[in-house]
Write a protein that binds this ligand. Structure first.
Ligand code: SAH
Ligand code: SF4
Ligand code: F3S
Length: 440
């Protein structure tokens, strides 16, 4: 039996693509191995969102080169967004790479591996969605559902539109059938994936066109799916119908990830985000009014070209005002082929680092303060496994997407009630209510 090893970098989209690559390889008779040295096929699913993503990958690739030199019979394959962004250059710069392909070509992996003369080939065309691939889920009870691929936005810092192509929504009936199949296989929490989920459906033919909120309604009706999540929405397209869906649908979790990027309208304009600070704050107000208990998280970039102290101060103001339950914070990283990489006013690294530290202080202080609302309450938690820092305790997530560490006896995949006793900026602590299993 042939053996493969796959390393995944990047976002949930890549994690999901990797699950599908694994499913496909298993059906071709390959077995997954833990150590890269043991593999006949060494695969990478790459990311290129920031420079440090590239750097992390390059050191892994160095090891693949060494293994390939030791045993030239091994195959080295590189897929994903980094491969797409450098295309055929992969083979020039890294001649030991046998196969390279973009995120749009995963379904052709079998073809590459079965071709008799496995020569250096590049597969970088965008194709239709490679949907019905077998998938190897990391956890049996949590599934992904990719509702669209690509992105039609033009955020000036972002490489994704060039690595994943134009936006294409998948047919709603196919998506529901896939949700039903996953539910039958034991999935109880389903996460809908897209670069901009709110624009779902706009490109569909008239006969099948539905809005994102309609899709959420249909998924909510699938038996056995207890929790629905989605990522990411774009604030410009976040409308009342989606917020209403949160209020109405029992399966849809009380969590909205609303990427801010910057609190300054001037910078937002340069970022081509197409909303202003005011419009963003309107969305937040609408969420707070209709869904008082909803967790709100965000993404923020510091040090975008031209960001002045005053612009940055506005980001801090927004974070202070919103009080996010959590934020992914990034130092701006110029990406090849993007508009922002060519802009004047690139911010120096020390200033970026200073701003990052100041931002983290506000993010954490506000998140900690907001999290106190859970203390003294029971929360529904989906158990994921043992706690990371203390294996005698159990770890899971609340519907608001808070990590919860608790004492108890529950098993992965169970929904239990946990009495929350403590809250930090990162996680909640509590005790399981015995005899309160919500579902098994
Ligand atoms: N489509 C999603 C995810 C995009 S990538 C969305 O729009 O929300 C995830 C995050 O990475 C972005 O939200 C942004 O905050 C960050 N990011 C993207 N490009 C970046 C860059 N060049 N430098 C720093 N952060 C970046
Ligand atoms: Fe990138 Fe913007 Fe598209 Fe998100 S919405 S993937 S940040 S271009
Ligand atoms: Fe995801 Fe990285 Fe591509 S964040 S979409 S894998 S560039």
């Amino acid at each position: 039996m042939k053996k493969f090893h796959l390393t995944t970098f990047g976002c949930q989209m890549n994690a999901h693509d990797s699950e599908r690559m694994k499913g496909m390889l298993t059906s071709l008779g390959y077995a997954e191995v833990e150590a890269r040295d043991d593999a006949d096929l060494i695969l990478f699913n790459t990311c290129s969102i920031r420079e440090n993503a590239d750097n992390r990958f390059i050191s892994h690739l160095g090891e693949a080169k060494r293994l390939k030199t030791e045993d030239p019979g091994r195959i080295v394959g590189v897929g994903g967004c980094w491969a797409q962004s450098v295309k055929e250059e992969v083979f020039r710069r890294f001649p030991f790479v046998d196969v390279a392909f973009g995120p749009g070509q995963i379904h052709r992996l079998a073809e590459f591996l079965n071709s008799d003369s496995l020569t250096a080939q590049g597969y970088f065309e965008f194709e239709e969605f490679s949907g019905d691939l077998p998938s190897h889920r990391e956890r049996q009870f949590q599934g992904w559902l990719q509702i669209s691929q690509g992105c039609n936005c033009a955020c000036s810092y972002c490489i994704v539109p060039t690595t994943r192509g134009r936006e294409e929504s998948r047919d709603p009936d196919l998506l529901i059938a896939e949700a039903e199949r996953q539910s039958a296989e034991g999935v109880i929490e389903l996460t809908l994936l897209g670069q901009n989920v709110n624009s779902y459906g706009r490109d569909l033919p008239k006969e099948t066109r539905i809005r994102f909120s309609d899709l959420l309604r249909r998924v909510d009706q699938v038996d056995g799916i207890e929790r629905i999540r989605y990522t990411s929405p774009h604030p410009k397209d976040m409308r009342e119908d989606v917020i209403e869906a949160h209020a109405e649908l029992s399966g849809l979790c009380e969590h909205i990830h609303l990427p801010l990027q910057s609190g300054s309208s001037v910078i937002l304009k340069k970022m081509r985000r197409t909303y202003t600070r005011e419009r963003y704050m309107d969305r937040v107000a609408m969420i707070r009014e209709r869904l008082p208990d909803c967790g709100i998280t965000t993404d923020i970039i510091v040090g975008f070209p031209g960001e002045s102290d005053e612009d940055f101060a506005q980001t801090l103001e927004v974070v202070e005002e919103v009080g996010y339950d959590g934020a992914f914070t990034f130092i701006y990283s110029p990406r090849r082929g993007t508009l922002a990489a060519e802009m004047d006013g690139q911010v120096s690294h020390p200033v970026k680092k200073e701003r990052m530290a100041a931002l983290l202080e506000v993010v954490q202080r506000r998140a900690k303060a907001e999290a106190q609302r859970f203390v003294g309450r029971p929360l529904e938690v989906l158990v994921e496994g043992p706690s990371r820092n203390d294996p005698t305790r159990i770890r899971g997530r609340s519907r608001q997407n808070k990590a919860v560490n608790f004492e108890g006896t529950a098993l992965p995949g169970q929904l239990v009630e946990v009495d929350i006793t403590e809250a930090t900026s990162q996680s909640l602590t509590g005790t399981e209510r015995l005899l309160s299993r919500i579902a098994v």
